[in-house]
Design a binder for this molecule. Sequence first.
Ligand SMILES: NC(=O)c1ccc[n+]([C@@H]2O[C@H](COP(=O)([O-])OP(=O)(O)OC[C@H]3O[C@@H](n4cnc5c(N)ncnc54)[C@H](OP(=O)(O)O)[C@@H]3O)[C@@H](O)[C@H]2O)c1
Length: 255
Amino acid sequence: MSMSVAVVGASRGLGLSLARLLLASPQINHAVLTCRDPSHMPKDILSHPKTHAFPVSANDEESVASVAKYVKTHLNGKLNAVVHVAGVLHDEQVYPETSITKVKRDAMMHSFEVNSVFPAMTAKHFLPLLKAAAASPDDSGEPVYAALSARIGSIGDNRLGGWVSYRASKAALNQLIKTLAIEGSRVKPRPVVAVGIHPGTCVTDLTAPFRKNVDPATVRSAERGAEDIWKIVATASAQGVSGKCVAYDGTIVPP
Ligand SMILES: NC(=O)c1ccc[n+]([C@@H]2O[C@H](COP(=O)([O-])OP(=O)(O)OC[C@H]3O[C@@H](n4cnc5c(N)ncnc54)[C@H](OP(=O)(O)O)[C@@H]3O)[C@@H](O)[C@H]2O)c1
């Protein structure tokens, strides 16, 4: 089966490694790739014949909608999988807080915009394309919406506190995924799966300031992280992991 897959946040880190993996796969014939400025994507990715690259920003719903519109008119209106990778832990607007007393309103709003609202907008505009794949006789299997979450978003697993904005915004993302899984289970003739993914600690810009605090034996490359992400997406099913957050090694992160 030939598949069309979208990666939201394909410019660097895990998203870029995932894009490379998909472009090299004979099973994928269209890769819809987004980031804020696609001109910053590596040339080999941009010029690949399977690539469809678009500018998308977390604070611009119309940019998400216009990609969905393109898929509708140019790629038979369907996607087999959507992987929302984009997320923020630190940038010019936010940095992990050590205590609730350090939380700044604008920084927290920014975390929620990128980590919770943005994946919701991706789900809103791309769900019809996943539903179209679920209904298509040319496709088999259950279409998948996946979003990169983090173990730190688990309420049950919270033993340390801190990192308030990132933690709370990923917890909100996990609730979105559960809600989407319930909605997806009602899609006929095949359900749409929704799954969160905890990729473990991988070597990317996001983890750069914090990796010194992590056991080096547990740190993995972005390429390895992307392989684990795709394994989870490619095997996800409504009866199995839908609505859950799955770690890179296949274990379930407690809600
Ligand atoms: N790396 C890890 O160890 C780790 C661990 C747990 C969870 N995660 C999760 O995995 C995902 C990917 O992480 P990563 O390590 O690959 O991060 P990264 O290297 O920092 O890449 C972040 C991605 O998010 C996009 N992004 C950031 N802010 C954005 C905004 N305002 N609007 C649109 N796109 C935006 C970036 O696009 P631009 O190039 O346009 O900025 C980029 O594609 C994140 O959701 C993160 O929370 C990662």
